[in-house]
Design a protein around this ligand. Structure first.
Ligand SMILES: NC(=O)c1ccc[n+]([C@@H]2O[C@H](COP(=O)([O-])OP(=O)(O)OC[C@H]3O[C@@H](n4cnc5c(N)ncnc54)[C@H](OP(=O)(O)O)[C@@H]3O)[C@@H](O)[C@H]2O)c1
Length: 327
C-alpha cells in the first residue's frame, strides 16, 4: 500500500492514517450532565503521543472546537508547535459551548457563527489556516447547510481554510457540501462492524476522502472488553446515537463482542494486533478511506501507527469477514 492518500479533488496528500483528537480533549458534558468526552486525560502524555505519531509519519490530525470545549485544539496546537506545517489539520464547528463549565449548550448553523468559530479555532490551534474545516452538525438542515458551504468557499478565498467537508453519516447531506469546488471529504462512521456502502460510493464517485470516525468501534476493536469506565467517559452512559456499549452503562454490548470474536483471527493474521487489523480492514474497504483512530497514550499511538507498514487486508480476507458477519 502506498502510505499516503489524497484528500479530495485538491490533491493534498495525507498519511493513510490520521489521528483523532476527541479523547485528548478530556471531560465535557451536555447541559443535562450527560458526559460527551472520554473522561480525564493526562495532557503531557497527549502531547507526547501526538509528537510520537508525527515521528512515525502521521501527517493528518482531526479535532473539533467542542472536544473538551476547546481543550483538544489547544493541546494539539501545543503538541505541533513549530511542526505545524508538516501536517494537515482538520477541525470542526457547529456546536456551541461554554469553556468555563465545560458544557455543550446547543448548535448554531449560521454563517456568522461559522466565522466566529473559525477565528476561535485558529487562535486555539495557534495557526493561520485550517486545512480541512468540517461541519459538526450531522443532521443540519440541507438548505441551511448550503449557505454554510458557500461561507466555507468564502473562507477558502480568504486563505483561512484550504478545504472543507461535512461530518455526517447521511450521504444526501454530504452531497450538498460536495457541490462546492473546495469540498474535499466526508467524515463518517466506518469500521469492521459498521459498514457504510452508500457514503463510500459517494466518496468514490465524487473523489472525496472518506475520513473514518470510530474506526476502532470506540475501543472495542482495539481489545476493550470489560473494566470500569470513568464517570466522565461517554461510554459509561452511552447516548442513543452511540452503538457498541450497553445502554445500562455496564460496558461493551455482548453482541458486539461476539461479532468481534467471530472475525478476530482474520484481523490478527499476518502479525497484526486487533487494532491494526481493524485499520487494515478500512484501507482494504476503499481507496478513499483515511481512518482517524482516537488515542490517549504513546503506546496506543505506536500500535496504531504501526498498522501503516503492515498495509491493508487482502480482498479475500475482506470477503471472508463479510461472510462471517453474515453480510
Ligand atoms: N461527529 C463526529 O464528527 C465524530 C464523532 C466521533 C469521532 N470523531 C472523530 O473520530 C476519532 C476517532 O473515533 P472515536 O474517538 O469515536 O473512537 P475510535 O477511534 O474507534 O476509538 C478510540 C479509542 O480506542 C482506544 N484505543 C485506541 N487505540 C488503542 C490501542 N492501540 N489499544 C487499545 N485501545 C486503543 C482509546 O480509548 P481507551 O483507551 O479509553 O479505551 C481510544 O480513545 C475521534 O477522535 C474524532 O476525531 C468524530
Amino acid at each position: 500500500m502506498t502510505t499516503t492518500r489524497t484528500l479530495g479533488r485538491g490533491g493534498t496528500a495525507v498519511s493513510a492514517l490520521g489521528f483523532g483528537c476527541w479523547a485528548i480533549g478530556g471531560e465535557h458534558w451536555m447541559a443535562d450532565g450527560q458526559p460527551v468526552g472520554w473522561g480525564k486525560v493526562d495532557d503531557d502524555e497527549s502531547v507526547r503521543a501526538v509528537r510520537r505519531a508525527l515521528d512515525l509519519g502521521v501527517t493528518f490530525f482531526d479535532t473539533a472546537d467542542s472536544y473538551g470545549t476547546g481543550h483538544s485544539e489547544e493541546i494539539l496546537g501545543r503538541a505541533l508547535g513549530k511542526r505545524r506545517d508538516e501536517v494537515v489539520l482538520a477541525t470542526k464547528w457547529g456546536n456551541v459551548f461554554d469553556p468555563d463549565t465545560r458544557t455543550l449548550t446547543g448548535t448554531d448553523d449560521t454563517p456568522e457563527y461559522a466565522r466566529r468559530a473559525l477565528t476561535a479555532s485558529l487562535r486555539r490551534l495557534g495557526t493561520d489556516r485550517v486545512d480541512l474545516y468540517q461541519l459538526h452538525i450531522s443532521d443540519a438542515d440541507p438548505e441551511r447547510a448550503a449557505e454554510l458551504r458557500d461561507a466555507c468557499e468564502e473562507f477558502v478565498r480568504e486563505g483561512l481554510v484550504r478545504a472543507y467537508g461535512w461530518s455526517t453519516d447521511d450521504p444526501e447531506r454530504a452531497a450538498v457540501f460536495a457541490e462546492g469546488p473546495h469540498c474535499a471529504a466526508v467524515q463518517h462512521a466506518l469500521n469492521v462492524l459498521q459498514d457504510a456502502p452508500r457514503t463510500l460510493a459517494l466518496c468514490e464517485r465524487l473523489e472525496l476522502a472518506s475520513v473514518n470516525r470510530s474506526p476502532l468501534a470506540m475501543g472495542l476493536l482495539a481489545g476493550r472488553r470489560e473494566g470500569t469506565l470513568d464517570a466522565g467517559d461517554i461510554r459509561s452512559r452511552p447516548p442513543a446515537w452511540l452503538p457498541g456499549y450497553a445502554s445500562d452503562g455496564s460496558g461493551a454490548d455482548p453482541q458486539w463482542l461476539d461479532r468481534i470474536d467471530a472475525v478476530r483471527s482474520l484481523l490478527t493474521s499476518d502479525g497484526r494486533t486487533l487494532a491494526q487489523g481493524a485499520l487494515a480492514w478500512l484501507w482494504a474497504r476503499s481507496p478513499r478511506t483515511v481512518p482517524i483512530p482516537g488515542f490517549r497514550t504513546v503506546a496506543q499511538a505506536e500500535e496504531n501507527a504501526g498498522a501503516i507498514e503492515k498495509g491493508p487486508l487482502t480482498a479475500g480476507q475482506l470477503a471472508e469477514i463479510d461472510r462471517l458477519l453474515g453480510r
